[in-house]
Design a protein around this ligand. Structure first.
Ligand SMILES: NC(=O)c1ccc[n+]([C@@H]2O[C@H](COP(=O)([O-])OP(=O)(O)OC[C@H]3O[C@@H](n4cnc5c(N)ncnc54)[C@H](O)[C@@H]3O)[C@@H](O)[C@H]2O)c1
Length: 395
């Protein structure tokens, strides 16, 4: 397949680094940028035969099979519309829309046209995430009770992010979209997100949107997700996830303190990592960012999905659900109440998860816990299923 890139900024270059950094049968072929000089520069840097400052020309070019949208949030809808009209498969960066209503329009457009709509949520493709999710799906953590994801950095790199109209909000829509989809995967995409409680504030920057927020998302099976986002965090990019289940726990540090620490007095001029704030002292470089951040695995899944005529792991429908949760988070931040997640088209499981919640010890008792004491004694704490009495049984 021949790929066209819409946009030539920050994420377009990350995506291009991934697309040309691997020996792929699918090749980056064209770029659109509203500034023709930037399009020309991008095409020259990545050795692309076509560039233009006319989006329709690039999308409709007969050699182009697939379009990657790397434009500001307010331009995703028009770009998806152009791709759907042209009958081209489309991969859109996060967040899919500024609102669920926008995301739903994009979902409908690709589904009605029959092109593939891939949601470029790279953090759901990182090697650490994929292995963790496989462990969760394999049952290593038992029933998932709680999943938390945190993304925090000192704030984005372009003016449009700071304009609420163009971006759709602040740190919640920009960073929360990652955290929401990460935790939703751990809890299970089939489980309906029910309601959201969110605190959001503008603590540091002179903007209309929030630069800090914490949210909780209740799922239909009783599991809880939590997101923490900030545009005020100092010290780089903090990407951490935690999952807690009845049988285990996962902690992931994705970016800072990944096991690669470096000290420099400040000699030289090396690039450290995205959003790194310093080039001196103790630094936390990231070995291969496009790989560690999941871009390689993400594009491979997208291309294979098209070839195999299956859905990719992250679809426009997932992007829509994420936007619906974000809408509820903004409503809750405003009302101070739990707010329902409004989903027009729920495609997952319905009703509560009826799994047995308590672990039986035998016919008569539930097992609350087993404890090994410092001097080596073992005891069981049991609860009588009929009387409710809690007893200790020494082993
Ligand atoms: N990890 C990720 O998945 C990730 C990371 C960063 C950004 N993003 C997303 O990528 C998208 C672009 O963000 P970015 O960081 O590359 O921003 P950016 O500002 O670096 O680049 C945006 C590009 O869009 C172009 N552009 C801006 N306004 C335009 C307009 N009115 N008409 C046409 N072109 C216009 C700019 O010239 C530039 O080429 C956003 O949706 C953002 O949320 C995703």
């Amino acid at each position: 397949m021949k790929i066209a890139m819409l946009g030539s900024g920050f994420i377009a270059r990350f995506y291009a680094d991934s697309l040309i950094g691997q020996r792929r049968i699918d090749t980056l072929h064209a770029v659109y940028s509203r500034n023709v000089e930037k399009a020309k520069q991008f095409a020259s840097d990545y050795k692309l035969p076509l560039y233009s400052d006319n989006m329709d020309e690039v999308v409709n070019h007969p050699e182009i099979d697939l379009v990657v949208i790397s434009l500001p949030n307010d331009l995703h809808l028009a770009a998806v519309e152009a791709c759907a009209k042209a009958g081209k498969h489309v991969l859109c960066t996060k967040p899919l829309g500024r609102t669920a209503a926008e995301a739903k329009q994009m979902l409908d457009m690709v589904e009605q046209t029959g092109v593939m709509g891939g949601y470029l949520e790279d953090l759901c493709y990182t090697p650490k995430f994929s292995k963790s999710l496989a462990s969760v799906k394999g049952g290593s953590l038992g029933r998932i009770l709680w999943a938390k994801s945190r993304e925090a950095h000192p704030g984005p790199h372009s003016n449009w992010f700071w304009n609420k109209e163009q971006s759709g909000g602040g740190a919640i829509v920009d960073l929360g979209c990652h955290c929401i989809e990460i935790t939703r995967n751990y809890i299970g995409k089939d489980i309906r997100p029910v309601s959201v409680m969110c605190w959001a504030a503008t603590q540091v920057h002179p903007i209309d949107a929030e630069d800090n927020a914490i949210g909780m998302i209740k799922y239909a099976n009783g599991a809880m997700a939590q997101f923490e986002v900030s545009w005020c965090f100092r010290g780089g990019m903090d990407l951490r996830d935690e999952v807690m289940g009845t049988e285990g726990t996962i902690w992931i540090n994705n970016f800072l303190r990944t096991g690669f620490d470096m000290f420099t007095t400040g000699q030289g001029d090396g690039y450290v990592a995205e959003k790194a704030e310093s080039k001196t002292g103790w630094l936390f470089p990231v070995g291969d960012e496009v790989n560690e951040l999941g871009y390689n695995h993400m594009f491979t899944d997208m291309f294979e999905a098209i070839e195999q005529q299956r859905s990719p792991f992250e679809t426009f429908y997932d992007g829509y659900i994420v936007n619906a949760i974000i809408d509820a988070a903004y409503a809750s931040a405003k009302s101070g109440q739990w707010e329902d997640v409004q989903i027009e088209d729920w495609r997952g499981a319905t009703g509560d998860d009826n799994a047995e919640r308590f672990r039986s010890f035998d016919e008569e008792y539930y097992l609350i816990k087993e404890e090994i004491l410092p001097h080596g004694d073992r005891k069981l704490i049991l609860k009588n299923k009929n009387t409710g009495e809690v007893i200790v049984k020494d082993l």
